[in-house]
Design a protein around this ligand. Structure first.
Ligand SMILES: [Zn+2]
Length: 128
């Protein structure tokens, strides 16, 4: 079965949100680049273009309609503004250790690395 890149996201929260909505409509999808993008969001350009969401070619047209009908952007938890930037993890060493732990020791995913955001409207920092 042929797959196509539906879209790409800047963070795993956004990607999982889109995938959840596709799943609700019965469309299977998978992501590529997720781990790298989550750990090094400032280096997306070096590895392609963020987290890529793939769907079956036959589902692509329907999937595009689903994602275009929604607002996928991250909103501030304090003022609900969409004018937010992802903050590069200040504790990169911790993230790297979690990655290593996840990959080689625990075998679990590392969704526990939360993305941090800064709201340009009210100045709040929050995690998602
Ligand atoms: Zn805000």
């Amino acid at each position: 079965m042929k797959t196509v890149i539906l879209t790409s996201c800047n963070n795993s929260v956004e990607a999982e949100f889109i995938r959840g909505n596709l799943a609700n409509e019965g469309i299977e999808s998978f992501v590529s680049n997720e781990n790298y993008t989550s750990l090094f969001p400032n280096m997306n350009g070096a590895m392609g273009s963020g987290i890529q969401i793939f769907v079956n070619e036959a589902d692509a047209e329907r999937a595009i309609k689903i994602i275009n009908g929604n607002d996928w952007s991250v909103h501030c938890t304090s003022c609900d503004s969409a004018d937010v930037n992802q903050i590069v993890c200040k504790n990169l060493l911790k993230s790297a250790l979690i990655l290593i732990w996840s990959l080689f020791i625990s075998g679990t995913s590392f969704g526990n690395v939360k993305a941090k955001y800064h709201c340009n409207a009210c100045g709040a920092d929050f995690e998602m």
